[in-house]
Design a protein. Structure first.
Length: 270
């Protein structure tokens, strides 16, 4: 289990003025599927690459790019379909696991910049999920993302990452008919580790509100019910948990495009 404590990151690129940007796409580059959201069209691509179209096996494993060449081919095909050949006026919002590390983020950014977009914005999946879930009361939020090969728990306070934990275990590690004991245990271990480090009561406040569950695990009652029972609190779901992250990234993209459409004030630079 990897962890991150008391981190308050603020991606300036999300809020700076993107002059000349008129189009874009949001991307959730997952270990089992790649989901793409385009303004006005919603989720347009849900790629599993089960037939090896881009190479042998998935180019992303355990949240990391393991085959840059095939990943680049996949992203180029996605960009061709969503944006066409000319992308100088486009911006791409990339969501990534909170604890994936700079190596994956840098590799993904390099591949996306090679597509010719004007800018690439990186946004962690927990904050993207929080955006999709809608405006809260400003209180702490616990986001639990149960995916195919990763399970992550992130504590957000005022929209910033206060603590995060990651376990390299997911639904794809379960055999046919196997109960999700390993995944649920990983969630409980991460929450308890946060509890031991929480000096300000933020986690308690987040648990009282109910953790937000996203990813494929949120579609399985045997996962959601066990987590709720073991934590002793109800869990919250969005209307489509598996697309929560990419839709949240899409909302961030929409905000960027709206700000880019507003003319800069005289004498002010973006």
């Amino acid at each position: 289990m990897r962890s991150l404590r008391d981190v308050r990151r603020h991606d300036r690129s999300v809020h700076r003025h993107h002059r000349g940007v008129t189009r874009g796409l949001a991307l959730d580059l997952g270990s089992s599927r790649t989901r793409v959201w385009v303004p006005g069209r919603g989720v347009v691509t849900d790629t599993a690459d089960e037939h090896g179209e881009y190479g042998r096996g998935r180019p992303v494993r355990r949240g990391r790019i393991v085959d840059p060449d095939s990943c680049g081919r996949m992203l180029a095909r996605i960009a061709d379909r969503a944006l066409g050949d000319h992308r100088e006026d486009a911006v791409i919002v990339l969501s990534h696991p909170v604890l994936v590390g700079p190596g994956h983020r840098d590799a993904a950014r390099d591949l996306l910049r090679a597509l010719g977009a004007r800018d690439v914005i990186a946004l962690d999946s927990a904050r993207a999920a929080a955006v999709c879930a809608g405006p809260g009361d400003g209180g702490p939020l616990l986001v639990v993302d149960v995916g195919a090969e990763l399970t992550e728990a992130t504590l957000l306070v005022d929209g910033m990452v206060r603590d995060a934990r990651l376990a390299e275990a997911g639904l794809g590690d379960l055999g046919p008919g196997e109960p999700p004991t390993v995944v649920v245990r990983a969630v409980l271990d991460m929450v308890m580790a946060m509890w031991r480090q929480d000096r300000h009561g933020a986690l308690l406040g987040a648990l009282r509100r109910g953790p937000l569950l996203v990813g494929g695990g949120a579609l399985r009652p045997d996962v959601t019910n066990r987590i709720a029972v073991r934590l002793g609190v109800p869990v919250r779901l969005t209307d489509d948990p598996v697309t929560t992250v990419v839709r949240g990234a899409g909302l961030v993209l929409g905000s960027v495009l709206r700000h880019a459409a507003v003319p800069a004030l005289p004498g002010r630079s973006g």
